[in-house]
Design a binder for this molecule. Structure first.
Ligand code: PBG
Length: 327
């Protein structure tokens, strides 16, 4: 055996599960995962979301139970979305101290204390009758600057009800600055901002719109969410949000935007989150129900890929299940 014999044999380190585990470059741990949860006003039983098997619109009681299970599994955080009984043009329920998210926040902070990071999505689309993420002008366009005042008020309501991290997802310019100023002015300087900095105008949000009952009643969100064709503007969005005071930044969706996750991770020195969204979840569940893929392996592979691309934190509807499997 001489010169042609392969000197390097990469297969040697793949030979056994123990070797593969030892040399794995990417690891998943429950603490990296954040569970998105839906709480709905005016229902007496949890309602299954048809397009997201295994996901529910919770009552306050069933939310507490599911949140407790996430804590038991070691999940790092949860992020709450509220569905009010009544919607109006301005999304008045969003910053009502007795609105559904504020009530649920008080329940969860009382139950769970500091055992998990309690976060809130900060947007208007679940609360407005028209389903857009902001206030409308007379011409029916989403008005950036008047929407900022609503976001500021929602941030204060969520902070007062116990949110540790507010996560603005509406893609208004200047939203992080407006929210930071409002929180600081109201004595909530300790509340963090996880900015949905990079949020594409994506068809992968389809099932979420059923879960959160927030499909736009006319038009779409392409005038404020990013064009899937663009990458450079993601960095611009991230750098602006950091200059405005974001503590963490997020890329959304995750699976189809792993290149963006990597670019953001390489460009910033704050934690980077990625959101494995409703459509990513629904596609795997649907294919698995048909017996076309190995559900559990695809779930782990998809999450490993998002972490490998550079995400420190992954928002996923599978958080509790995966955390349980990891221990
Ligand atoms: C807006 C919001 C959306 C999602 C999270 N926050 C919907 C949208 O922008 O249309 C989507 C999450 C998912 O698809 O899982 N409040």
């Amino acid at each position: 055996m001489t010169a042609e014999f392969p000197v390097s044999r990469p297969r040697r380190l793949r030979r056994t599960p123990a070797l593969r585990r030892l040399v794995a470059e990417t690891r998943l741990s429950p603490a990296d995962l954040v569970l998105p949860m839906f709480v709905k006003e005016g229902i007496t039983e949890a309602q299954p979301v048809g397009s997201m098997p295994g996901v529910f619109q919770h009552t306050r009681e069933t939310l507490r139970k599911a949140a407790h299970e996430a804590v038991e599994a070691g999940v790092g955080g949860l992020i709450l979305f509220g569905i009010p009984a009544d919607k109006d043009e301005r999304g008045s329920a969003a910053d009502d101290p007795h609105g559904i998210v504020q009530l649920a926040l008080r329940d969860l902070t009382a139950d769970l204390g500091d055992s998990i990071v309690i976060m809130t999505d900060l947007c208007l689309d679940e609360y407005t009758s028209h389903g857009h993420c902001g206030l409308l002008t007379a011409a029916g366009e989403v008005d950036n600057d008047s929407t900022l005042e609503r976001y500021a008020s929602i941030a204060i309501a969520q902070a007062e009800a116990g949110s540790a991290v507010v996560a603005p997802s509406g893609m208004m310019d200047g939203q992080v600055r407006a929210i930071r100023a409002a929180l600081d002015g109201a004595g909530h300087a300790q509340v963090s901002i996880m900015a949905y900095s990079v949020k594409y105008s994506s068809a992968y949000y389809g099932p979420f719109r059923e879960a959160a009952e927030c499909a736009p009643q006319f038009g779409d969100r392409a005038a404020y969410q990013q064009d899937p064709a663009n990458a450079a503007e993601s960095l611009r969005e991230v750098l602006l949000d950091l200059a405005e005071g974001a503590d963490l930044v997020m890329v959304k969706p995750a699976g189809a935007y792993l290149d963006i996750v990597r670019r953001v991770r390489d460009a910033v020195d704050v934690p980077v989150a990625a959101y494995q969204v409703s459509g990513e979840y629904a596609m795997v569940e649907a294919a698995a129900q048909n017996g076309w893929i190995d559900r559990d392996r695809v779930i782990m592979e998809s999450l490993t890929a998002i972490r490998r691309a550079g995400a420190d934190i992954v928002l996923t509807y599978w958080a509790t299940e995966v955390a349980t499997r990891l221990v």
